[in-house]
Design a protein around this ligand. Sequence first.
Ligand code: NAD
Length: 501
Amino acid sequence: MQSIPHLLAGFGVDMTTYQGQDLPCRTPVTGAVHATLRMDTPQQVTQKITDARSAFERWRTVPAPRRGELIRLFGDELRTHKQALGQVVTHEAGKILQEGLGEVQEMIDICDFAVGLSRQLYGLTIASERPGHRMMETWHPVGVVGVISAFNFPVAVWAWNAALALVCGNSVVWKPSEKTPLTAIATHALFMNAVARFGSDAPPGLAQLVIGDARCGAALVADKRVPLISATGSTRMGRAVAAACAQRLARTILELGGNNAMIVAPSADLDMALRGIVFSAVGTAGQRCTTLRRLFVHDSIYDALLPRLKASYGTLPIGDPSDPATLVGPLIDAQAFEAMQAALQQARDEGGAVFGGTRAEVAGGEGGHYVHPALVELPAQSAIMHHETFAPILYVVRYQSLEQAIALNNAVPQGLSSSIFTTDLREAETFLSVVGSDCGIANVNIGPSGAEIGGAFGGEKETGGGRESGSDAWKGYMRRATNTINYSHSLPLAQGISFDL
Ligand code: NAD
């Protein structure tokens, strides 16, 4: 794989614009610092919002299908640079290259979706109760959209938001994770290439990049000129952002922590279930919001499934994420490793039997934090299982009835993703029904992770309630105006009210 400076140069990035003393960028692959950046000051954040606001005032008047053309060009840039951007993701977030490339593919997919959407920003026409009247809905952009993103999807989350926000006519200010600013710099450079090819219809300042930590995020959230904040990250961050936005009655799209479960029912295809469990639980080294963290296995098949699961866990290739043979890369940092060890200790204290979970020795990766993914068998859903620990820990509990399993699925504060493996139609439909899973995502015969962009993505309860990506999530980036048009010669009032002068 090419080095980070070499890759960034390939995107046309001028690193002198970003270099400084404030923010060391460490690769989780080896622990080495490969760049040190300067962070934006609050004044610089304010200026970027000012520029984005000016850009919005012009961009909103560009016809939506023409706005879609910019996103089409951006999608082309991503196609051309997919391999290189995927490598930057691998360097900076530690994802295996297949997942780094998958993340870029997700960006391409949302661009395609947004291009089509740019010709489909439909409003309804509504029957009026008054003669000679017509009602309709018109959708308008909201203004400057603030996007705050997490380290584990360092570029796809921005693309989910930005592609939709931009075709809807908004401008975008992006504050990426301070753990993954280089992927953001690379992505911003590709977007600016698309802008240059698009021409003067794209006003300067349309897409802004803020480099910095939570203080920069807070400055973005506090600014009254940003009517919508889309924030992805921990529930702790979401509470702070929600409170600040509530103070000024700004809108939010919150995509926060998950604590996702799978039910393996007696009729399940165990071969498929096994693949689904392992990919969902150890993919991205357990650092996906949709990672499988809780597994409920029916008593009657528990003893058939668990030995096979342990055998798979015992042979997982752990190591350098750029090696094509690796399936489990590093944790993001030392803090993640310590949080994992603390959770495993608590699980032991709560009666759990832990398999794996120890540090994995990786040649050349001594400065990184590699672990053997952990399986923890527990007699019941204990306190630790109510928390999201952002690491590959899979808690396993037996269940006796579907009602009990659904109750366990729903018993945690988070509500992002869930799944059931069953070939029993009644069980599958019950899981998807109103008395089934309470999550934003409920799947049958696939794991909880690995969403496609066509569906609306997001979760309930402490996951924040936001929806991004496909379906009608675009409406979250627009304001709806209800219009009543009177083409008659009289002025009848609604509800038959008489008001004669
Ligand atoms: P984090 O909460 O530490 O940071 C996320 C972002 O929020 C960063 O850019 C950070 O600088 C910013 N931030 C933190 N505090 C802030 C504040 N008070 N005001 C404004 N900005 C603030 O999260 P992380 O460790 O980068 O990511 C892991 C978490 O993200 C996990 O909980 C995971 O489940 C969640 N996540 C959720 C989704 C989803 O779609 N639901 C997707 C990816 C990650």
